[in-house]
Write a protein that binds this ligand. Structure first.
Ligand SMILES: *Cc1c(COP(=O)(O)O)cnc(C)c1O
Length: 383
């Protein structure tokens, strides 16, 4: 064994608060080892309180939540759905599950999220072809709020519902209101790498009770109200287990601390690297914008680095056993989506080429952060 290998620093690893086990033990002792029970109810009510939304359904994943949202809004074969191109594939895959057609929209440079100008251009052009888009899937990438004023105004002008993909943005707010609560339907993820986790899981939230009841119905195999098993619709098995919801309840107790820590990590990177002019960050666009800083991302301008690229820096970090990743590769550049219509301005592609996500987990120590900053500095500052 090589004793020189330092311990691995992960991009974003689970960070338990301590009470998760208490809720799981309770479920075992009461034999609530099932896809329903007091932890599911408790977790849903914790989410409702935290987000200030009326209704929440805990589900097996964020992807399942997006799939149900599309189903509830009636998205079906041949329908068009507008979606942020700069995102993780899980935002778009469920459109294809429904045999509908993704229309991919590029980002603006301020928040890296859905560009309102391109959004409106796309809607106008689709409607000229007499196809009105059925829904907009709006993503808040890396926790940064999208330009909500502009986007919600366009959505209401053209009367198109918004599915708000807040998988990366739990705890972020816009004008003090929780992300996920703006859309007709919001979705969350509790996958292992997110700001809090249930190991795997998601939720669908809405102020509309009918939508959330429909989500619960479809997520439990669409059983009609009858003593026998009666089905008049195709259902899914998408509910969250009562064991995993116990992890969620423990995690909700520490969520405010997790957000605070991730924001401190962003500030620490920004401060420690402020003298390196080739590095830039995605800043909040004024006081309306509050990001949970799920991942801290840096942009490296290779024109100014004597040719050192984002990839060179990533490999330098990897050599020191530090996990850093390029930003999401936009969906319009992916083999599976490249033939769908897209409205582009080059911004997300440019961010993909220049951007790197740095380790940002709330369990990182000061020592970990110093190790990372050290590698970045020695790689980018010529001696
Ligand atoms: C993680 C993620 C999802 C999917 O959530 P899962 O719980 O992993 O299915 C969807 N959209 C975005 C933007 C994500 O980051």
């Amino acid at each position: 064994m090589d004793n020189n290998i330092k311990p691995r620093i992960w991009l974003s690893s689970p960070h338990m608060g301590g009470n998760e086990k208490k809720y799981i033990d309770q479920a075992f002792s009461e034999n609530w080892v099932a896809p329903l029970g007091p932890n599911v109810d408790g977790f849903e009510s914790d989410l409702q309180k935290f987000l200030n939304v009326k209704h929440a359904a805990a589900l097996s994943s964020g992807t399942a939540a997006i799939h149900l949202a599309l189903t509830i809004l009636g998205v079906d074969t041949g329908d068009e759905v507008l979606c942020s191109s700069f995102t993780f594939s899980a935002s778009v895959n469920p459109i294809v599950y429904q045999k509908a057609k993704p229309i991919l929209i590029d980002s603006e440079k301020d928040t890296w999220n859905l560009d309102p100008l391109l959004l409106e251009q796309a809607i106008k052009e689709r409607m000229k072809n007499r196809i009105k888009p059925k829904a907009i899937i709006l993503v808040h990438l890396y926790g940064m709020p999208a330009k909500m004023n502009e986007i919600t105004a366009i959505a209401s002008e053209y009367d198109i519902p918004i599915i708000e993909d807040a998988a990366e943005a739990l705890g972020s707010t816009y004008k003090g209101k929780a992300l996920g609560s703006f859309g007709d339907i919001g979705i969350l993820s509790f996958n292992g790498n997110k700001i809090i986790t249930t190991s795997g899981g998601g939720a669908l939230i809405s102020t509309n009770k009918t939508y959330v009841n429909k989500a619960r119905f479809l997520a439990t195999q669409a059983r009609d109200d009858a003593p026998h098993y009666q089905h008049s619709q195709i259902g899914y098995n998408y509910r969250m287990s009562n064991i995993l919801a116990g992890i969620g309840r423990g995690q909700m107790e520490v969520l405010p601390q997790r957000i605070q820590k991730r924001r401190e990590i962003f500030d620490y990177y920004k401060d420690s690297l402020k003298d390196i002019s080739v590095i830039s960050f995605c800043d909040e666009m004024g006081s309306h914008y509050y990001s949970n800083r799920w991942l801290t991302c840096i942009i490296i301008n290779p024109g100014k680095t004597n040719g050192i690229s984002r990839e060179d820096l990533r490999l330098a970090l990897e050599k020191e056993n530090i996990d850093a990743r390029p930003l999401w590769k936009p969906m319009h550049l992916q083999t599976v989506f490249k033939d769908y219509p897209s409205y582009l301005n080059g911004i997300s592609e440019d961010l993909f080429h220049k951007g790197l996500c740095l380790p940002s987990g709330s369990n990182l120590t000061k020592n970990d952060l110093d190790r990372i900053v050290q590698v970045i500095r020695t790689t980018l500052i010529p001696v």
